[in-house]
Design a protein around this ligand. Structure first.
Ligand SMILES: Nc1ncnc2c1ncn2[C@@H]1O[C@H](COP(=O)(O)OP(=O)(O)O)[C@@H](O)[C@H]1O
Ligand SMILES: [Mg+2]
Length: 259
């Protein structure tokens, strides 16, 4: 419908009772964009994704999603019920299911082969018969990413896919996303501010309202100002200085978040 747009938020507001989570959010996600969504804890990032998936009701506004594209979703780790008695292979294949016929779906050979391909991409084929309750955090996260890919999404949405993972697994997941981003549109909610600047194409900073959205050369500066709360002079805006600042900011940011 819109030539170069996959997702459009048009004055979207969402509340939970009296809590206003999102207030008049307007922005576009262009085709083949790789957008990082950042902001403080409780800032409405997960709500934004849930609004996109139709999991929460809008108070106002409209959301457009390119009807030609399948949407893949990797939920925030804590929202996945790991006590459910189901194997890794079943979880991955469940990415193909829409609606309620959960246990009755028969998978074609092509579907199963493709699921294996995604699992091998994420290096989890050895885990296929394990129960999901037996997995470590990093393993489960990779299973959830594999699950989101089996439906061959044109749009992939991930809610903090690397939270609480060790650096090795984090980098493995980022590498896969980087490769995928050549072909599909990706939205990633993350707290890894330093890392995301090495691969995202645009950034949206959300704290109830949209404070910043852009992909220009000042992106790093704007985001640094938002995360530190300090204005950054233009003369400080050198790549080297910013890189150093980001490393430090990220630590502070994590501290605030967990306090
Ligand atoms: N199911 C819910 N019921 C009531 N309030 C909620 C619910 N989910 C989120 N909220 C509130 O909405 C706001 C935004 O939350 P959320 O979208 O989870 O933020 P983020 O993902 O950025 O941490 C917060 O104030 C949070 O407490
Ligand atoms: Mg969240």
């Amino acid at each position: 419908m819109y030539e170069d747009v996959d997702i459009r938020f048009d004055k979207v507001s969402v509340s939970y009772g009296t809590v206003k989570a999102l207030d008049t959010i307007t922005f576009d996600v262009k085709k083949q964009d790789f957008m990082g969504i950042i902001g403080p804890n409780g800032g409405g990032k997960s709500t934004l994704v849930k609004a996109l998936l139709g999991l929460v009701e809008l108070d106002a506004g409209k959301i457009y999603i390119n009807p030609d594209k399948q949407v893949g979703y990797v939920p925030q780790f804590a929202e996945f019920d790991q006590s459910f008695p189901i194997s890794v292979m079943e979880v991955v294949l469940s990415g193909l299911i829409k609606g309620k016929n959960y246990f009755f779906k028969k998978y074609s050979k092509e579907e199963v082969d493709f699921a294996y391909k995604m699992m091998s991409k994420l290096d989890i084929t050895d885990l296929k018969y394990k129960q999901i309750g037996e997995l470590s955090g990093g393993q489960l996260q990779k299973v959830l990413v594999a699950r989101s890919l089996v439906s061959k999404p044109g749009i992939l949405i991930l809610d903090e896919p690397t939270a609480s993972l060790d650096v090795k697994v984090k980098n493995e997941i980022y590498d896969i996303l980087r490769k995928l981003s050549d072909d599909i549109t990706i939205l990633i909610i993350t707290h890894d501010i330093a890392e995301i600047f090495t691969f995202v194409k645009s950034v949206a900073y959300i704290s109830q309202t949209l404070h910043y959205h852009g992909n220009d050369s000042k992106m790093r500066k704007s985001v640094l100002e938002l995360t530190t709360g300090c204005p950054i002079e233009d003369f400080m805006f050198s790549e080297e200085a910013l890189k150093k600042d980001f490393m430090e900011t990220e630590d502070k940011y994590h501290d605030t978040r967990h306090s």
